[in-house]
Design a protein around this ligand. Structure first.
Ligand code: GDP
Ligand code: IMO
Ligand code: MG
Length: 427
């Protein structure tokens, strides 16, 4: 049995949470492999709405075991407040497993994330302020704190001391802030150790053995292709590998065990934070999409920037991730438009680009070349078969499928678990 990867194909918030939850009952393990509580996944089950940040969306499915992989950065306060929140609503979280090699977000990194953004001024990234970038920087700098360090006070103290040596100078002398002491930081982290212990294990071994037994593992990305630190719109990206390659390094599952990559793509495009966005709409159409799709961030509450579907980006995501199937979400949010534009290429200073420009500056200047498709006005939220959809909606799906580099296997027609049109079953 295989490992399956779910990735975002745009700039995040495509509906990965709903898609993961949708597959939850058919898989044995759901693994979060990158990012941290910068993610925000809203999952709607009947009358209940859940907002998950750090826990994998599979936690909502009884019998599906949720795993936080080594590629994740863990804020322990957030972890336990999410666990408590779910337990209070009757969700059993005891099956959660956390990699001993995952990194921990220390208070000084949350502080540094916020002051760095303020310092950057107009050049800011628009981060979520959760300490994600500084924690990944520590990991690469080899001064990070890992989950396993919490179980050895001496080692933990040495590591915190090492990390704070430079950081406290930076916080006090450059940013004029008070740096947290080594003792306080160690105490804060140690305070979580006892509660954390039963969840911690070698998750790579756990997952490898599960695959050997024939169980199915779903690897769920946070963020998305265009926010990936290597393949995204750098520097306006997050600091982790949010593409399919990151699923291997972030979980310890080798590429040879992955045989399906599901790209989640919205029927239009959104972005939170700064950075280039060719199809962005600063007009009534943008307001229409924001209203129709309730495009306000799950994590920070910020209004999301909205624009038309960009087939160049979808094609890029299909290539970078090796997408085998797309889940096209929020098709219902386009209902009521007279015509639906789709970006098919870019015009960069008079030159047509059918692929993502290699040079980031060109991407900043990219002007979309649009094709226009007739819209539909019928409510499609009750449709469950492709043939139930208005012919114009069918034509729109088929047209963007042709441009996007992989088949559209599932269509989202509403936020609820059951509000999907399955064309090709995914598992
Ligand atoms: P994620 O970060 O990729 O998991 O996506 P978010 O949860 O941040 O944002 C997606 C939002 O769209 C959530 O509020 C979902 O409940 C909602 N959603 C997902 N799929 C659909 C769909 O097909 N139609 C509608 N109307 N809403 C959807
Ligand atoms: P999900 O998983 C949308 C964006 C931030 C910012 C940039 C860097 O819900 O799709 P960071 O705090 O990660 O250093 O911020 O990345 N960003 C997201 N945008 N959805 C997300 O997650 C995001 N996670 C980070 O807005 O522009
Ligand atoms: Mg989100």
């Amino acid at each position: 049995m295989p490992a399956i990867v779910i990735v975002g194909a745009q700039w995040g918030d495509e509906g990965k949470g709903k898609a993961t939850d949708h597959l939850g009952s058919r898989v044995d393990h759901v693994v979060k492999f990158n990012g941290g509580n910068n993610a925000g996944h809203t999952v709607v089950i009947g009358q209940e709405k859940y907002a998950l940040h750090l826990l994998p969306s599979g936690i909502l499915t009884p019998g599906c075991s949720p795993v936080i992989g080594n590629g994740v950065v863990v804020d322990l306060d957030v972890l336990f407040s999410e666990i408590d929140g779910l337990e209070a609503r009757g969700i059993d979280t005891s099956g959660l497993r956390v990699s001993a090699s995952a990194h921990v977000i220390a208070d000084y990194n949350r502080q540094l994330d916020k002051v760095t953004e303020r310092f950057l001024g107009s050049r800011k990234i628009g981060t979520t302020g959760r300490g994600i970038g500084p924690t990944y920087a520590d990991k690469m700098n080899r001064i990070g704190i890992r989950v396993q360090d919490l179980f050895d006070e001496k080692i933990l103290t040495q590591k915190v001391q090492g990390a704070l040596e430079l950081k406290s100078q930076v916080l006090t002398k450059i940013y004029n802030r008070r740096a947290p002491s080594v003792e306080r930081t160690v105490e804060e982290l140690l305070g979580h150790a006892e509660r954390l212990a039963p969840y911690v294990c070698d998750t790579s071994l756990l997952l490898g053995e599960a695959l050997d037994r024939g169980e199915t593992v779903l690897l769920e990305a946070g963020q998305a292709t265009l926010l990936d630190v290597d393949h995204g719109t750098y520097p306006f990206v997050t600091s982790s590998s949010a593409t399919a390659g990151g699923a291997c390094t972030g979980s310890g599952i080798p590429p040879t065990r992955i045989d399906q990559v599901i790209g989640i793509v919205k029927a239009y495009t959104t972005r939170v934070g700064e950075g280039p966005f060719p199809t962005e709409l600063d007009d009534a159409n943008g307001d229409f999409l924001r209203e129709a799709g309730h495009e306000f961030g799950t994590t920070t509450g910020r209004p999301r920037r909205c624009g038309w579907y960009d087939a160049v980006i979808a094609r890029y995501a299909a290539r970078i991730n090796g997408v085998t199937d797309f889940v096209l979400t929020k098709l219902d949010c386009l209902t009521g438009l007279e015509e639906v534009p789709v970006c098919v290429a870019y015009d960069v200073d008079g030159v047509r680009h059918d692929e993502m420009p290699v040079n980031q500056s060109d991407f900043h200047h990219a002007v979309p070349v649009y094709e226009y498709f007739p819209g539909w006005s019928e409510d499609i939220s009750g449709c469950r078969d492709f043939d139930d959809l208005p012919v114009n909606a069918q034509a729109y799906v088929r047209a963007i499928e042709k441009m996007s580099g992989a088949r559209m296997s599932v269509l989202g027609v509403g936020p609820e678990r059951e509000q999907s049109v399955v064309i090709h079953p995914l598992v």
